[in-house]
Ligand binder design. Structure first.
Ligand SMILES: *Cc1c(COP(=O)(O)O)cnc(C)c1O
Length: 471
């Protein structure tokens, strides 16, 4: 088979898969051992046999989770936008690394173009940034920049340094704990600030911690305001942090992995993210709410390229990187932690051109209005209750437990039942010690009827399980 025939065959499979995503369950659920048997992973394949390859492609698609199915509401991402899927295919087809202009001329320019578009939207017109693999990585790099700006750690390590302290919302993403580990800060130097009843970092508590750390001789070097906490969807206000930054000189980062896309909508930007342009850095995931294929992220800095370069560039790179004599172009790999860089620009670029800012804004606004609708429905159903008030895109609710029934155990049981039936895959998380089902409507296959059907299924599953337990 030549390449054209192979792609022809794939095209048929791909089209049928995409168009049939809503059929049946979101998954054909099989226990791991049974799935392994069906996959025949150790089946010998004659070398060069394309029929065998397509057999596994078909098996892969048949038993994978259909993230575009309306029952898939587990995560912050779902099936990807088609323009970005095309972008991923073309990226794989041309297989290059986006670390130098020489090897990735088109990608380098597309990435720079997109970075500038995002910087302009945020209000960092003279800023800089890079595409990374996701907000975990972006948060790590932001911490690294802040650490190196505040100390001599780049050269001296953390030996004989003033003790450095970073501060985050206690419901911030775990990537900060991982980053504190990687960067040698240690978990004791990542201070978790308690939240108010909305899940927002308490400014008074932050202020007290900043003062305490400083009085003990430590250096507060980094504060993150999470813009859309992962479980609750709370937005930490930026304004109260500005005078504190003035006083203590920390780097102010905004983690908008989840809620960051509100910048596409003028209305929602004003409502959720005023003063973002005064932060030092910001991350937003294109692979979450905007629906671009995984992984796709922008880390944006208010400061210019020099900041990134000073803190990231290290070691002898002369064998690989070249720059234009007038400094107009830089190999993007000089600013990056890794050497080889996946091309993430094309898929984001195609989505950006296909939907435009207005299309992205409409998507984010729709996600919010569906969350509002789901909240109304939960409040109207006597069997369900909110675990915490809705802050934005996330709905944290549960089945009201009858007296003597453990609410968390019942909720987990309902979730597993819906999962194994292949009907719904939905997230859960703790809010103030209580387990909640977390509904979010990032999946474009979800509209009001799908929300109604989902909540009815939760109610029915809960009732059935309670009846079974009683019997
Ligand atoms: C998802 C999430 C992250 C991690 O982002 P990845 O792109 O998955 O690495 C970080 N912060 C918040 C608030 C998130 O919701």
């Amino acid at each position: 088979m030549d390449a054209a025939q192979i792609f022809q065959r794939l095209a048929e499979l791909a089209g049928a898969y995409r168009d049939g995503q809503a059929e049946g369950g979101y998954v054909t659920y099989l226990p791991p051992a049974e799935l392994a048997r069906r996959l025949e992973l150790d089946r010998p394949a004659p070398p060069g046999d394309w029929d065998e390859i397509f057999r596994w492609v078909e098996l892969y698609l048949r038993y994978s989770v259909k993230t575009g199915h309306p029952g898939y509401m587990n995560r912050m991402w779902s099936s990807a936008n088609l323009p970005s899927v095309l972008g991923e295919m073309v990226t794989a087809l041309s297989n290059t690394s986006a670390c130098t202009f020489e090897t990735a001329p088109v990608s380098t320019l597309m990435e720079q173009y997109l970075l500038q578009a995002m910087l302009d939207l945020v209000g960092f017109p003279k800023g800089s940034g890079q595409m990374t693999t996701g907000s975990s990585n972006a948060n790590l790099i932001a911490l690294l920049i802040a650490r190196n700006q505040a100390s001599q750690a780049k050269n001296k390590g953390l030996f004989a340094q003033q003790e450095l302290f970073a501060f985050v919302n206690c419901e911030a993403h775990y990537s900060f704990d991982r980053a504190a580990n990687v960067l040698g800060l240690g978990s004791d130097h990542l201070i978790k600030i308690p939240v108010d009843e909305h899940g927002r970092m308490r400014t008074d508590a932050l202020e007290a911690e900043l003062a305490r750390v400083t009085a003990n001789g430590g250096r507060p070097f980094f504060v993150c305001a999470t813009q859309g906490t992962t479980v609750r969807g709370a937005f930490d206000p930026v304004a109260p942090l500005l005078p504190l930054r003035e006083k203590y000189g920390f780097w102010l980062h905004c983690d908008g992995a989840w809620g960051g896309p509100v910048i596409f909508s003028q209305k929602l930007r004003a409502q959720f993210l005023p003063h973002l342009e005064k932060a030092d850095s910001f991350t937003l995931d294109f692979h979450k709410m905007p629906g671009t294929a995984l992984m796709c992220n922008f880390l944006l800095l208010r400061g210019n390229m020099g900041v990134l370069q000073q803190t990231l560039s290290a070691g002898d790179e002369t064998y690989i990187f070249r720059s234009e004599a007038d400094g107009s172009l830089r190999d993007l790999g000089t600013l990056s932690l890794q050497c080889g860089r996946r091309v993430d620009s094309l898929k984001a670029f195609l989505d950006w051109k296909f939907y435009g800012r207005a299309g992205f804004a409409a998507r984010v606004e729709n996600c919010l209005s569906l969350a509002e609708y789901a909240e109304e429905r939960v409040q109207a159903l006597p069997e369900l209750e909110m675990v915490a008030p809705r802050e934005s895109f996330n709905l944290c609710f549960r089945f009201c437990p009858p007296a003597g029934v453990d609410a968390a155990a019942l909720l987990q049981a309902i979730r597993s039942r819906m999962q194994r039936e292949g009907r719904y895959l939905v997230g859960t998380g703790f809010v103030g010690g209580e387990l909640a089902m977390r509904f979010i409507a990032t999946n474009p296959a979800i509209g009001r009827p799908e929300i109604d059907a989902f909540l009815q299924t939760v109610v029915q599953s809960g009732k059935t399980m309670l009846a079974e337990q009683a019997a």
